[in-house]
Every structure is written in structure tokens, then in C-alpha cells.
Design a protein around this ligand. Structure first.
Ligand SMILES: Nc1ncnc2c1ncn2[C@@H]1O[C@H](COP(=O)(O)OP(=O)(O)OP(=O)(O)O)[C@@H](O)[C@H]1O
Ligand SMILES: O=P(O)(O)O[C@H]1[C@H](OP(=O)(O)O)[C@@H](OP(=O)(O)O)[C@@H](O)[C@@H](O)[C@@H]1OP(=O)(O)O
Ligand SMILES: [Mg+2]
Ligand SMILES: [Mg+2]
Length: 363
């Protein structure tokens, strides 16, 4: 008799908009064929009473959800939480978000990498043109809400052209140098080991000689997020010169993605990259987003299904080994500071589980 395929249950907890875009029939069916059942978590019932799931996939905010997730991980130590609360938290602050990028060592002879100059402002009264100068910044600057918590407010940005615009700032904010980049942004989607880069429209360059002629500021929000109709329109690509813009080398992007995965311990994120017009091949990371709009990626169904299959099977194998007690060495590796999926066959443990192991396993 043929052996029955091991089935996995992935519970998902997503905001309605995310659910509508991500949980498409095509994804649900493809995952099902591979033995993965995507199950909606009922937010009207306690999480602890649901499942048990092999994996909880989530993008929700708030203390109640965090508490429920922690409780769930304690009750079901085998559950894979994607992604861990601690790892996601780092992306909720635009300073700690980019800090990880400064810690990476990217070895590439032809291309360099960094983040824009930035400073955090908690008190509007201290901001003046001379303050900017003392922080190594000059006009134009972008003011971004410090907190990036998925709210509409957290996406509201100001491009400030001169000192009059500074009066519009609403701290706490991050003031970041605006870097001319030819109005094209590269969005790099990461799903575990998978990396996909797409081009999107961005803000146009600002010429220094025009600074005095412009309004004092420009307010904008989610400029790179256009609807599908506009994106698929040939005219849009021509107008924005998107066709002409050369993608950064894939090996370079993969190295950054790998570095960010290790540093953040995240599986699901994208990062926004711009090419600094002032320097040859220099790219700057300006934003990192948890669980972005994957449905906009070509073939997202198979990318996501492969990813679920991979992590679920590795998780299973890891726990089997643990139970057999045959992997003392592997446990040593896991309780150390290893990132997810770095070694074939190691267990992708969420930090919740890692903490638990640190407390319990004596090696
Ligand atoms: N330092 C910068 N220099 C030039 N342009 C920038 C800079 N930072 C941001 N931008 C522009 O502003 C846009 C919004 O900035 P950012 O990506 O930080 O905001 P966000 O609201 O978090 O975006 P997302 O929708 O990707 O989450 C970018 O897509 C880019 O067009
Ligand atoms: O759907 P969500 O609410 O998660 O919105 C995310 C959005 O995805 P969507 O395209 O599905 O709207 C992402 O767009 P792309 O980078 O992929 O273009 C990006 O704007 C994230 O920053 C948003 O997350 P937030 O920062 O608001 O938490
Ligand atoms: Mg962005
Ligand atoms: Mg963002």
C-alpha cells in the first residue's frame, strides 16, 4: 500500500486586506496538492483552542495577539511561528530597522552598499537648519514617522525642501537625507532563501538649484504602491524610465538578503533599495517591510508553497532528531546564534522555542 503523505496545517492570522490579497484560491489549492492546508485562524476565538497547527503565519499588531501567540508557542513547542515577534518588532522602528543593514559586511568588488544619513527627532523645537547641519544633513530631507506599525499614519512622509518646511514636522520622526536616484526604486522580496527584485516608480530627483523655487515641503504616502492596472500599463513603464533602469546584480542582492536574514532572523520581508546618483554603483537600503505584498510577485503561489514545504519538513525532521536524542551537536548549533536555514537539515526554530531550549537543554 502506498505510504500516506504527511499533511501540515498552517494557520494564518492576517488583516482583512492582507488576507484578500495573499490567500488566493490558486495558493490554497497549490499548497493543498503539496500536503499543506492553509487554515484561517478565527480571531473571535482564543488561538490556544485552535489547531494544533504545524505553523502559524501572521501579520497582526497589538498586545493581545502577542500574548496569544506566546501562550500558543508554550503549549505547542513544535509549532513554527512565522515570523517571531521579536524579529518583527525590530522593523517597527525606522532606526532599528535600518541599523541591521549597517551591520552587514557585503563583499562585492563592483558595488557598494549602505543606508542614508539619518537622525531621530523627538522634540520639534530643536529642529532648525543649523541643527540639520550639525547632524550632517542638508536639504532636501525626508521626514518619516519613527514608528512603522502598518497604520496609514506610519506611511505619511514629508519631503522638506527648506527651513520653512521644518515647521510641519510631527515628532517622533526620522529625518533622512533625500538621495537622488533617478525616480526608480528596487523592491527586493525575500521568502526564505528565495530572492526576487522588481522595479517600481519612486520620487523624482530634486536639483539643488531648484530648492529655492519649490514649495517648502511635499507630503506623500506609499508612492511605490500603484494599482495593478497602472503597473501593467506599458505607458507607465516608459514614462517612469523603468525599462531603462538596470537591475542591481542578483548575486549582490542575494548577499544582502542573506545578510539581512541572518541579522534579523526573519523569513518573510522585502527591502527597498535605491541607486545613489552621486556615486557610481552605490545602493542604499531605505526601508524593510515585514510580510509585504507577495501576491504582486510573479508565480507567488509556487514560491510560497515551496517555502512552506521546506520549512515545515525541516522543522519536522529537526524535532524527530531531537526526540531520537541523536543530535547533540545539532542542538549545540541551534542554541547558539545560528540564523534560520543556514545549514541543510538544521531546525528552523523560532526564538520563542530557542529561548525555551536555552533554558532546558544541557549540553
Ligand atoms: N532616503 C531617501 N531618498 C530618496 N527617496 C526616498 C528616501 N527614502 C524614501 N524615499 C522615497 O519615499 C518612498 C517611501 O519611503 P519608505 O519606503 O521609507 O516608506 P514606507 O511607507 O515604509 O514604504 P512601503 O510602502 O514600502 O512600506 C520610497 O519608496 C522612495 O520613493
Ligand atoms: O498589506 P499590508 O498591510 O501588509 O501592506 C504592506 C504592503 O503590501 P500590500 O501590497 O499587500 O499592501 C507592502 O507593499 P510592497 O512593499 O509589497 O509594495 C509595503 O507597503 C508594506 O510596508 C505594507 O505593510 P505595512 O508597512 O503597512 O505593515
Ligand atoms: Mg518602502
Ligand atoms: Mg515600509
Amino acid at each position: 500500500m502506498a505510504e500516506r503523505m504527511r499533511r501540515f496545517g498552517v494557520g494564518y492570522a492576517l488583516a482583512p486586506k492582507k488576507q484578500a490579497s495573499f490567500i488566493q484560491v490558486s495558493l490554497v489549492n497549490l499548497a493543498k496538492e503539496r500536503g499543506i492546508d492553509l487554515v484561517k485562524i478565527d480571531m473571535d476565538k482564543p488561538l490556544i483552542e485552535q489547531g494544533p497547527f504545524d505553523c502559524v503565519l501572521h501579520k497582526l499588531y497589538g498586545d493581545d495577539w502577542k500574548r496569544q501567540l506566546k501562550e500558543y508557542a508554550l503549549k505547542y513547542p513544535r509549532v513554527l511561528i512565522i515570523d517571531s515577534l521579536e524579529a518583527i518588532e525590530r522593523l517597527h522602528n525606522r532606526i532599528s530597522m535600518l541599523q541591521v543593514a549597517t551591520e552587514l559586511e557585503i563583499k562585492c568588488e563592483t558595488t557598494s552598499f549602505g543606508i542614508p544619513k539619518q537622525t531621530v527627532v523627538y522634540d520639534a523645537k530643536i529642529v532648525s537648519a543649523s541643527y540639520l547641519e550639525s547632524e550632517g544633513l542638508k536639504f532636501p530631507v525626508i521626514a518619516k514617522p519613527l514608528v512603522a506599525d502598518g497604520s496609514a499614519k506610519s506611511h505619511k512622509m514629508l519631503l522638506v525642501f527648506n527651513k520653512d518646511g521644518l515647521s510641519k514636522l510631527k515628532p517622533p520622526i526620522v529625518l533622512q537625507e533625500f538621495v537622488n536616484h533617478g525616480a526608480v526604486i528596487f523592491k527586493v522580496y525575500v521568502v526564505g532563501d528565495y530572492v526576487k527584485c522588481v522595479k517600481r516608480k519612486s520620487l523624482p530627483d530634486v536639483m539643488e538649484e531648484n530648492l529655492g523655487k519649490l514649495e517648502s515641503y511635499l507630503s506623500f504616502s506609499q508612492v511605490s504602491n500603484l494599482n495593478t492596472c497602472e503597473k501593467n500599463d506599458d505607458k507607465y513603464y516608459k514614462l517612469m524610465n523603468l525599462d531603462d533602469a538596470e537591475l542591481p546584480p542578483l548575486s549582490f542582492l542575494k548577499e544582502i538578503a542573506r545578510g539581512l536574514r541572518r541579522a534579523t532572523k526573519l523569513y518573510l520581508f522585502n527591502f527597498d533599495l535605491i541607486r545613489d546618483n552621486r556615486v557610481g554603483n552605490k545602493y542604499l537600503v531605505i526601508d524593510i517591510n515585514y510580510f509585504p505584498g507577495y501576491a504582486k510577485m510573479p508565480n507567488y503561489e509556487s514560491v510560497m508553497t515551496d517555502f512552506f514545504w521546506d520549512v515545515l519538513n525541516k522543522n519536522d525532521k529537526g524535532f524527530e532528531n531531537l526526540q531520537k536524542g541523536s543530535c547533540e551537536k545539532e542542538v549545540r548549533l541551534l542554541v547558539g546564534n545560528k540564523g534560520y536555514g543556514e545549514d541543510e537539515g538544521t531546525l528552523p526554530v523560532s526564538p520563542l522555542k530557542r529561548e525555551e531550549k536555552e533554558n532546558t537543554i544541557q549540553v
